[in-house]
Design a protein around this ligand. Structure first.
Ligand SMILES: *Cc1c(COP(=O)(O)O)cnc(C)c1O
Length: 308
């Protein structure tokens, strides 16, 4: 498995940043691997080594029909010669992501939303007799995931006044905060929750016993909730690609960078500060809105075709 690590950091230039006297950098975790998107690799790293230590050869995991995590697991299992089952939430569907998972050797099992709620129960029922089976929670959420995400910070050579990150379950953010605290950095973590209910993050903080020091939640950039988006966000994705040749996805990173630019415009940051946002990957999510994107920007047809 060829991984682009440590992931590169690059500066983003824009008239807005210049005008406000800010320097903005991005950590390109999206470039770690084409199928194992950014933070999903970070999260899987120690999960995979734990499975290996326990000599487990069958990864079993969970996700929605467009899950970045399912695809990452399918690819990681494939490259490591492991068996893999993906339990997919909801009725049986077909899409490019799930097709790719299957092509990588993942066995797909669809379960209805009610039953999906209890993942440990599903695991028990389906794999009770399989002593090779190894449970990986949805999105990879685990202590190991937090440990892996600490490396987003330990890989850095420079320090930043603010680090910005999108938050789903908050485990990536928990890892970043843990590393900031261990290294006693003065960096502040600015989090953009991508779900409507921003309180989930305090649960992650509690769950992983992270001291809740220097972070702030910016709850105005969820665009209606998880995986919700509007024309404004689509246009932002298109413009951003044209200006910086960086693809953002509508579920996570576009909300983050939209929020970042909005915070900059409203003078949230002080002139002279250095900011770093984490590109956690996720471009395969764009395949879920392919038609809409192409309708707005026909040149995206080719870009999207090259994603998988
Ligand atoms: C899964 C994912 C996230 C969310 O990470 P959490 O650790 O759940 O907060 C952010 N960005 C991308 C691209 C993702 O795929």
């Amino acid at each position: 498995m060829k991984l682009n690590l440590p992931s590169p950091v690059q500066e983003i230039h824009s008239p807005l940043y210049l005008e406000k006297g800010l320097r903005v950098f991005v950590k390109r975790d999206d470039l770690i691997h084409p199928l194992i998107s950014g933070n999903k690799w970070r999260k899987l790293k120690y999960i995979l080594s734990d499975a290996q230590d326990q000599a487990k050869t069958h990864l079993v995991t969970f996700g929605g029909a467009y899950s970045n995590h399912l695809l990452a697991c399918a690819a990681a299992a494939n490259y490591n010669g492991l068996n893999c089952t993906g339990v997919v939430r909801g009725e049986q569907v077909k899409n490019e992501i799930l097709d790719k998972c299957a092509a990588l050797g993942m066995r797909l099992i669809f379960v209805d939303r009610e039953r999906y709620r209890n993942k440990h129960q599903i695991f028990k029922e389906l794999f009770e007799k399989d002593d090779q089976a190894y449970f990986i929670d949805e999105g990879g959420a685990s202590e190991e995931a937090v440990q892996g995400c600490e490396e987003i910070i330990t890989e850095l050579h420079a320090t930043f006044d603010h680090i910005l990150c999108a938050a789903g379950t908050g485990s990536t953010a928990a890892g970043i905060l843990a590393a900031i605290n261990k290294q006693e950095l003065n960096t502040r973590l600015q989090l953009i929750p991508v779900l409507k209910d921003g309180d989930f993050f305090n649960q992650a903080i509690d769950k992983y016993a992270i001291p809740d020091t220097s972070f702030e939640l910016h709850k105005n950039y969820h665009f209606g909730g998880y995986a919700k988006y509007n024309d404004q966000l689509l246009e932002f994705i298109i413009d951003y690609y044209h200006q910086h040749e960086i693809l953002l996805d509508q579920v996570y990173t576009a909300k983050l960078v939209f929020g970042l630019d909005d915070l900059i415009r409203s003078d949230f940051f002080k002139p002279g500060e250095h900011l770093l946002w984490i590109h956690t990957g996720g471009k395969t999510g764009l395949l879920g809105i392919k038609e809409k994107l192409i309708a707005k920007a026909p040149e995206f047809r080719q870009i999207l075709e090259e994603i998988l």
